[in-house]
Design a protein around this ligand. Structure first.
Ligand code: CDP
Ligand code: CDP
Length: 220
């Protein structure tokens, strides 16, 4: 039997991966994986357990025993709805730190691969096409300038009534991008077999249409 199809969307922070991937999944009737939320959840769980975010062994243990439930657009950690909490800046920064630890990434591998179920999966993150689902097709690298991305994240947080300052957001974003691109395990980069989608001057609708068009064309 043919493997369950996976559409991979990787890219830097606030490039629109989550919004675009969720919309594409809906249009195709596929499952959806927001892999970044797992790193955010690990950071939150570790902070709550008083585990230092650079203690690789202990953070990896938190990752392995993460009690998480996804339902629609909401996520629960140990029975508590933490959907909005994990979007706060402290969890963004924490996620970026724990994501640099190889043992933490390993601990989340199977959990991510479990999302691959019929009829298909749209998964987004940093290493979906490189590490999690190297056989995904098609693969996308979604990006936009750092200024545009900082504006997007700022608006998004304001709309949710979450605390945000544009200058610190912008600086933070650039720092996380640098950390993601520089780390030795699963660094963020455009793969040779990924389709580049630059969205600095275009909206969500265009990106969704572009991805769906490529999916229609993908072999298999
Ligand atoms: O929303 P944003 O794109 O800023 O972040 P996210 O996708 O929720 O991911 C949070 C952090 O987790 C990122 O800054 C990455 O460092 C890390 N991450 C990763 O290393 N690998 C993934 N597949 C997804 C996220
Ligand atoms: O998942 P990621 O961090 O890459 O980004 P996101 O949370 O999906 O998108 C950040 C914000 O940018 C959302 O509010 C999107 O609606 C918006 N966006 C946009 O304005 N134009 C695009 N071409 C893509 C996303």
């Amino acid at each position: 039997t043919a493997p369950v199809p996976v559409v991979a969307i990787d890219g830097p922070s606030a490039s629109g991966k989550g919004t675009v991937a969720a919309r594409v999944a809906e249009a195709l009737g596929y499952h959806y994986l927001d892999s970044g939320s797992l790193y955010r959840l690990v950071a939150l769980a570790a902070m709550r357990a008083g585990v230092p975010l650079d203690d690789e062994g202990r953070v990896a243990r938190e990752a392995a025993r993460l009690d998480v439930r996804f339902e629609g657009a909401r996520v629960w950690l140990s029975g508590e709805d933490v959907t909005d909490l994990i979007r706060e800046e402290i969890c963004s920064v924490g996620a970026s730190r724990v994501a640099a630890l190889p043992a933490v990434r390993d601990a989340l591998l199977d959990r991510q691969r479990d999302f691959r179920r019929a009829p298909g999966l749209v998964a987004e993150g940093r290493d979906i096409g490189s590490v999690i689902f190297p056989d995904a097709s098609p693969k996308f690298f979604l990006t936009a300038s750092v200024e545009v991305r900082a504006e997007r994240r700022y608006k998004q947080l304001m709309e949710k009534g979450l605390p945000a300052k544009l200058e610190s957001l912008s600086k933070d974003l650039a720092e996380r991008d640098a950390r993601d691109a520089a780390r030795t395990v699963a660094p963020l980069k455009k793969l040779p077999d990924a389709v580049l989608l630059e969205t600095s001057d275009s909206g969500v609708e265009e990106a969704v249409a572009f991805v769906l068009n490529e999916v229609g064309r993908a072999p298999g």
